[in-house]
Design a protein around this ligand. Structure first.
Ligand code: PEP
Length: 250
């Protein structure tokens, strides 16, 4: 049985005080942690402070990291630093990292390997551009990103990986993939994991959907057996909307 997982990706929003206020409001709203795993991906500078308001079950994710241990990499943050600040997860390969900052599948793969070797859980984001969907190569794109992103990730490491399917055309645009489209892609991803690993790993891996998730569409998306959770951007920035999303099970 895969436990649902919902994470709010704040991107470059919220200073430390705003972040703490948001987390306090959400944590105090008594989300049932028996029913779902949930948490936050704040900007780096807020991670350490926000950790103080979370319990051991909460997810505290960084939005990125670098793949080297330490050294002359101005502006970068290592896996060890994230762990020392309180992170248990890291988001890697987000479409904004791929398309604004030019991250390649090879770089993302190095980050995935480093994060897993250091003991972090990874949310590996994959997703096609609108032009790729229009050219009907969305599945090929997504499965390629998965194969390349997981190169060298062995049978034991894959248990610490969550896949987030985030069609790029649905991120921050208000357009959501239909439940059927998301479900179809999630099934393909699961079959692909079975090929790369085995049936058991495919059955157990959590596949989240991301792309304009909001209170109005979360129930419908989560009603699919294939959709194990959500990576939420815009709608995670307000306590009211994120709480409604987290309590989709009510
Ligand atoms: C995201 O940041 O991963 C995301 C899905 O953003 P939004 O919910 O705003 O589309």
């Amino acid at each position: 049985m895969r436990k649902p997982l919902i994470v709010g990706n704040w991107k470059m929003n919220k200073d430390i005080k705003e972040g703490v206020d948001l987390v306090k409001a959400i944590v105090n709203s008594k989300i049932d942690q028996e029913k779902i795993d949930y948490g936050f991906a704040p900007p780096f500078v807020s991670i350490y402070e926000i950790k103080k308001y979370l319990n051991e079950k909460h997810i505290l994710a960084a939005q990125n990291m670098f793949y080297e241990d330490s050294g002359a990499y101005t502006g970068e943050v290592s896996a060890d630093m994230l762990i020392s600040a309180g992170c248990n997860f890291v988001i890697l390969g987000h479409s904004e990292r791929r398309h604004i900052f030019g991250e390649t599948d090879d770089m993302i793969n190095k980050k995935v390997i480093q994060a897993l070797n250091k003991g972090l859980n990874v949310i590996l984001c994959v997703g096609e551009l609108l032009s790729e969907r229009e050219a009907q190569c969305e599945e090929e794109t997504v499965l390629r990103q998965i194969s390349l992103g997981l190169k060298g990730v062995d049978n034991s490491m894959i248990e610490k990986v969550v896949i987030a399917y985030e069609p790029v055309w649905a991120i921050g645009t208000g357009k959501t993939a239909s439940k059927d489209d998301a479900e179809k892609m999630h099934k393909s991803i699961r079959n692909h994991i079975a090929k790369l690993y085995d049936e058991d790993k495919a059955k157990n891996i959590r596949i989240m959907y991301g792309g304009s998730v909001k209170p109005e569409n979360i129930k419908e998306l989560m009603s699919s057996e294939e959709i194990d959770g959500a990576l939420v951007g815009g709608a995670s920035l307000k306590a009211e909307s994120f709480i409604q999303i987290l309590k989709y099970y009510e």
